[in-house]
Design a protein around this ligand. Structure first.
Ligand SMILES: Cc1cc2nc3c(=O)[nH]c(=O)nc-3n(C[C@H](O)[C@H](O)[C@H](O)COP(=O)(O)OP(=O)(O)OC[C@H]3O[C@@H](n4cnc5c(N)ncnc54)[C@H](O)[C@@H]3O)c2cc1C
Length: 350
């Protein structure tokens, strides 16, 4: 999947367009920038590109994107990236945009949670339903002091789990993948799921069942993690409560919570832009009420809007095309078909 791709990460220099969000709309907007000979960057809060397709349903198949009679969501993200990669867009992952400021010369300054500042001549919001954050277990109470030490919501480095007693929470694809994926590195793996059946992919679910039959993994279904116990700040045990109310203590020095993501427009909702149905109102040029600030995809609202991939791609093409008038004021913008542009380029390369 796209996670392993080589990206071109952020530099200091001004770009023509900053694209907030690396879902299908943002990736296709980056391709459109290349087609229109403008520079761009994507800023994405997740550790990977793909938006909802990568975070929520990578294994599901999609049937209603033109030209693909059936394509896995992760496969569509790969294809979109392949198309955009041709133009080497700058990609900044794991950075959530919180603020923007329009400077006196009409350009935009965009700031992220980590305090990074990016400059561009125009700004395109392709932020979908908002930034994704992992779902937590509220019953554990305040555990922020353990997060990144004993409690994790993603596997960034397998070494964090090497030689550890790991309890994984969840029954979807990620939980099952890591239950199997950590077997070699961890001292022991316990999988806890609050439902009666796994929701994840059949093949991985079978691998988990096999590992359970071989006694190399403990699996608790119909069970919830309700508390963690620490000794001198180090996690030692977790409490599991079964559906029948029985409580069990399990030794654990790592708790890996993989129960999905929630999305939230967060700071973008406070940017003083008109919102309808949790989306930004745009005109027929995909422009918001602020000159130079565009929106496309699920985050853009106009009469009759359909929140699907195909319309996001079309929005992206229009937003980039119309942003040219702002980025290069006064210049006569000529539309070039990709078939004509590429044919010319190939001829010149010969
Ligand atoms: C289960 C499911 C199945 C679906 N099936 C289909 C289908 O079959 N066909 C179809 O056409 N559509 C389908 N959809 C809808 C489709 O996924 C969306 O329409 C599409 O993902 C919208 O793309 P987007 O790029 O606009 O937004 P998103 O995919 O939501 O991407 C937006 C990205 O922006 C990032 N972001 C948000 N805020 C910030 C910020 N402040 N800073 C940095 N990054 C930020 C987010 O992390 C996210 O990665 C489905 C949706 C779901 C949930």
């Amino acid at each position: 999947m796209t996670l392993n791709k080589v990206y071109y990460s952020g530099g200091e220099e001004i770009r023509d367009l900053t694209i907030v969000g690396g879902g299908p709309t943002g990736i296709f907007a980056a391709f459109q920038c290349g087609m229109n000979n403008i520079t761009c960057r994507i800023i994405e809060s997740m550790p990977q590109l793909g938006g909802q397709l990568a975070a929520l349903y990578p294994e599901k198949h999609i049937y209603d994107v033109a030209g693909f009679h059936e394509v896995p969501a992760a496969g569509l993200v790969d294809s979109l990236w392949k198309q955009a990669e041709r133009y080497h867009p700058e990609i900044n992952l794991g950075e959530a945009v919180t603020r923007y400021r329009k400077l006196d010369d009409g350009s935009f300054e965009t700031t992220t949670t980590s305090g990074k500042v990016f400059l561009s001549r125009a700004l395109l919001l392709a932020a979908g339903l908002g930034a994704f954050t992992p779902r937590t277990l509220p019953q554990l109470g305040r555990v922020d002091h353990l997060e990144g030490m004993s409690i994790f919501y993603a596997v960034k480095n397998i070494s964090d789990f090497a030689g550890k007693k790991v309890v994984i929470v969840g029954g979807g694809d990620s939980a099952l993948d890591w239950a199997v994926g950590l077997l070699d590195a961890a001292e022991h793996v316990t999988l806890v799921h609050r439902m009666h059946e796994f929701q994840g992919h059949g093949k991985t679910a079978r691998e988990v069942d096999e590992a359970k039959d071989q006694g190399v993994i403990d699996v608790y279904m119909d069970t919830e993690v309700t508390a963690v116990q620490t000794v001198e700040g180090e996690m030692k045990n977790v409490t599991l409560v079964r559906k029948n109310g029985a409580a069990i203590q399990v030794e654990a020095d790592r708790l890996l919570i993989l129960i999905g993501f929630k999305s939230n427009l967060g700071p973008l909702a406070e940017w003083d832009l008109e919102l309808v149905d949790n989306a930004l109102v745009v005109d027929s040029h995909m422009k918001t009420s602020v000159d130079g600030l565009y929106a496309a995809g699920d985050i853009a609202w106009y009469q009759g809007k359909l929140k699907i991939i195909q319309t996001g791609l079309s929005d992206a093409a229009m937003a980039v095309r119309h942003s040219l008038n702002y980025i290069r004021p006064g210049e006569k913008i000529k539309h070039t078909f990709s078939s004509v542009k590429m044919a010319k380029q190939k001829k010149n390369e010969q």
